[in-house]
Design a protein around this ligand. Structure first.
Ligand code: BGP
Length: 465
């Protein structure tokens, strides 16, 4: 594909950036917040826990002012379920409700559209103790929790995201959530419950807030075949079905993707449906698709005695499953310091694939470079980040020119926060937060070079990259 002339970004394009509650807020047990699974998980000895994070809970006004200075049109953040309902269900914590209400007001005061993720990896610990997503009671708790949010904030929040990276929680649960060795049959049952929960809140949102829009936020990556051997190509198709389309087919069509279902049948992983599930799934249709993209994936066919293990890897690192597919390194791509491949063109391909399958408006809800930043004389020269982001934004424009309906771009992350695995060593923000894994210092904020660069990108509506 080529283009002679790129179409401009739409004039009301939603430039912004993302964070998630447990990675940015801190104040882990303040003002009535209950513990989430993230607060209780075992953290490697050389890495910070999530108790203070960036302390955004106490700095949110300063942080929103920095976002406004960059010119953000939107800010994607998540709500900590355990601030609203400390035990995941039952009593509502007014102070928790007030925090997000104030944050939303602060954003609106600065003309920043709130884009709210209701659940980003931080299941209430009290629900986990009762079986978490294995337990169908979690579906009802999630629905009640979301209804509270819709009623409390629906007058001001028009864009909602349901579950962040449900596909990564299932495929890389051990890495993302620290849940230990996967039991796949059980995981696909949990997955089914999350699908039903998502469908219920999508419908609840439509009923309670007819003007609002709601969609999923999986991590979607186009899957390349290592060679033109038809067997490799089929392995790539299978992986795309298991990794990507299973989640989006459900969010949009309310049905299991056929190829993914066939895989689950073959493996004995098909979930049990309760009466009514089918109708609940079918009744809910996303209004738009949010997707996180960090890099493409490349795979080859895998012999049944393959040693590739589905238990290894993280959100992006190559894994595989004997007899299904084997993740391989793409020799055309460079890697970040943390080993994730960099593939800007793959983002265009991914957006085009999603659009041709679902024909729904899309917003990129995460994309970004985790790097080791150095603070020197109050400055952070993060040209590697600007390079990564400008190449990806260029590809967003290519995809828009291809005809994909993309209405916003929210890289990860608005401000430095704790990485899911590498603590404060791995940073993503436009704003540097001065602390390291164990020394909290003063948590002072510094504008990185990428801050000023992104300010210019937004000001010129993506013309000056
Ligand atoms: C995504 C998650 C985010 C975020 C990001 C970067 O998968 O949705 O929560 O952390 O990846 O990952 P990491 O922090 O592991 O570098």
């Amino acid at each position: 594909m080529y283009h002679k002339k790129l179409k401009p970004f739409p004039k009301d394009f939603l430039w912004g950036a993302s964070t998630s509650a447990y990675q940015v807020e801190g104040a882990w047990n303040e003002d009535g917040k209950g513990p989430s699974i993230q607060d209780l998980k075992t953290i490697p000895a050389d890495t910070s826990d999530f108790k203070v994070a960036t302390d955004h809970y106490h700095h949110y006004k300063e942080d929103v002012a920095l976002m406004a200075e960059m010119g953000f049109k939107t800010y994607r953040f998540s709500i900590a379920w355990t601030r609203i309902m400390p035990t995941g269900d039952g009593e509502v914590n007014e102070k928790g409700l007030a925090f997000y209400s104030d944050l939303i007001d602060e954003l609106i005061k600065h003309d920043i559209t709130p884009l709210v993720t209701v659940y980003h990896f931080d299941l209430p610990a009290a629900l986990e103790e009762k079986g978490g997503w294995k337990n169908r009671a979690t579906i009802d708790a999630f629905t009640r929790y979301c209804e509270i949010l819709f009623k409390a904030y629906g007058d001001r929040v028009k864009y909602w995201l349901t579950i962040n990276e449900q596909n990564m929680m299932i495929l890389h649960g051990a890495a993302v959530l620290g849940t230990g060795k996967p039991d796949w049959k059980d995981l696909y049952q949990q997955n089914h419950h999350m699908m039903v929960a998502q469908a219920k809140v999508t419908t609840a949102c439509h009923n309670l807030l007819p003007d609002a829009k709601i969609g999923p936020a999986p991590n979607i990556a186009c899957v390349y075949s290592q060679t033109n051997n038809p067997e490799d190509v089929q392995a790539a198709e299978t992986m795309a079905a298991i990794r990507n389309w299973l989640y989006l087919d459900m969010a949009v069509y309310g049905e299991y993707n056929a190829l993914a279902w066939a895989y689950m049948e073959e493996k004995g992983y098909t979930p049990t449906f309760e009466p009514g599930d089918e109708a609940i799934l079918k009744a809910a249709k996303a209004d738009f698709i949010g997707f996180n993209y960090y890099a493409s994936r490349t795979v080859a066919a895998s012999p049944i005695d393959d040693t590739a293990s589905p238990e290894a890897g993280d959100q992006q690192l190559a894994v595989g499953e004997p007899g299904v597919y084997r993740g391989v390194t793409n020799s055309y791509l460079e890697k970040t310091e943390f080993g994730w491949e960099i593939d800007p063109a793959g983002m265009r391909t991914t957006a085009n694939q999603i659009y041709s399958r679902y024909r729904l408006p899309m917003i990129i809800t995460e994309n970004g470079l985790g790097g080791i930043d150095k603070l020197e004389d109050g400055k952070i020269h993060d040209d590697y980040r600007m390079d990564y982001l400008s190449k990806h934004i260029h590809q967003v424009q290519e995809a828009i020119t291809d005809g994909a309906d993309i209405f916003g771009y929210c890289p990860w992350s608005a401000i430095d926060l704790i990485s899911t695995h590498q603590g404060f060593r791995k940073r993503y923000g436009f704003v540097y937060v001065d602390r390291d894994d164990f020394d909290l210092k003063e948590l002072k904020r510094y504008r990185k070079d990428s801050f000023f660069w992104y300010q210019k990108v937004i000001k010129t509506n993506g013309e000056d990259l």
